[in-house]
Design a protein around this ligand. Sequence first.
Ligand SMILES: Cc1cc2nc3c(=O)[nH]c(=O)nc-3n(C[C@H](O)[C@H](O)[C@H](O)COP(=O)(O)OP(=O)(O)OC[C@H]3O[C@@H](n4cnc5c(N)ncnc54)[C@H](O)[C@@H]3O)c2cc1C
Length: 475
Amino acid sequence: MKKKILVLGGGPCGLSAAWELSKYGYDITVIEKESRVGGLCITNEYKGYRFDLGGHRFISKNKELVENVCGIMGDELLTSHRKSVILLKGKTFEYPLSARDIFLKMDIWTNMKAFTSYLIAVFTKIVFRKKDVSFEDWIVNRFGRTLYNLFFGPYTEKLWGVSPKFISSDWASQRISLLNLKDVLFRLFKLKKGTPRTYARGYFYPKKGIGQMFDIMSEEISKMGGKIVLNATVSGIKVNNNAIESICYVQRGVTRTVDCDAIISTIPLPDLIKTFPGHLTGDVMKHASVLQFRAVRFLNILVDIPDISDNTWMYVSEGKHIMTRIQEPKRRSPFSAPEGKTSVMLEIPCNENDETWSCSKEILLNRCLADLKELGLDIRDKVIDYFTTCVTHGYPVYSLDYSMHRQKLFDFLDCFENLITCGRQGTFRYIFMDTAMEMGIAAAQTLMLDNLCKKEDVQLMRSEKELIEVTSVTA
Ligand SMILES: Cc1cc2nc3c(=O)[nH]c(=O)nc-3n(C[C@H](O)[C@H](O)[C@H](O)COP(=O)(O)OP(=O)(O)OC[C@H]3O[C@@H](n4cnc5c(N)ncnc54)[C@H](O)[C@@H]3O)c2cc1C
């Protein structure tokens, strides 16, 4: 008899694991808290408009994954091209940053300051062997203080809600595709080639929003006999010696128990720890409570004009503006808005239950329209309608000592031989959907091969301290 495997969480990672296992006829049940699958990759439809939870794009360096996704999506997958900019101090800069662009658009005084502070950074790094502990160190050591203060510091503080001094340099090393100012200059003079992710312009995107990819994947899983249980929050785990015997979930107020041979968990790592019996977790709980997530509120506006700009993403650097990114969903797929109309989606980072999270949608709209006007996008008399959406687990907060706390949780979970935790929430890692999907598939293969591949290899996949997006297979 095939193993009975439970997959906790129906986002990209959990669904990919279930998809892989279903192909081999395993008895699969996905348990998902929400009323639909997709996790952070869902798309909301409203009056003929479509909005993701923050505009997503699919790119990957894994050829097999890309082929599989193209295979199930068929004609529903579009290829799009990206153009992004940074809005700062009334000017529009290219994203990724380009030395030529900065030089041409900044005044001579700022240019001189930027260059001098870059030289100082290079000198201090060599002479004092300055280490990259925080995000601030990482950027200042590579770009100098002036560019940090202009482009990176205020944006990062707005995104995380804490000073970049307290954010680990791990985030920068995987997120900022420019290695340093030297790299920017080399590319400017065409002395360096290659396509880091931030430079990757082509990407895949489903006609009906990113959620369509996971709706189709869940249909495939069901066709192969896999079960998907919705509105079901995992609440408890029953352990027998070193193995998980069953889990409990709460669905519409009723607690149910399901037996299992193995578990792939993609729910937030701290939440998974909390489902274990208290007498087992003890000391581990204090490590779980340190790992926090940054929430995001999205303001989705239906706009009565055909187009706003030709940009896929507009990054808003200055701290005085509430949003980090402005997006026009139509740039990803023309099916995101009715003919002749467009829409705008704003990403507004916050903490669950703080003022931004809790304020009424009217207050948020007025604040955002004022910010947009200041940024040169005055759409105040073009708003047809609007609504907000939100996620509690938008970004795992990489505090300076996060990896030590996370490792304690991994060590605890390692004792349970039939459990693997993976995915963005399950490993507390800032990963993209393609890596989450690869992790899910690898976790499934690990279980099928009876743990030939180590759990650690699955959890730390693609964690090389280098750019996440190098040589992506894209459109
Ligand atoms: C604003 C934003 C923009 C992004 N843009 C991109 C992009 O352009 N390209 C890209 O590749 N990636 C992007 N990402 C990242 C991408 O969304 C994630 O990498 C991906 O969703 C991770 O998949 P996952 O399955 O690991 O986690 P999730 O998508 O978070 O799925 C976890 C699932 O577990 C469920 N769950 C949680 N707790 C429980 C419980 N107790 N019981 C049952 N179920 C539970 C959740 O409801 C959820 O469905 C973006 C993320 C954000 C926040």
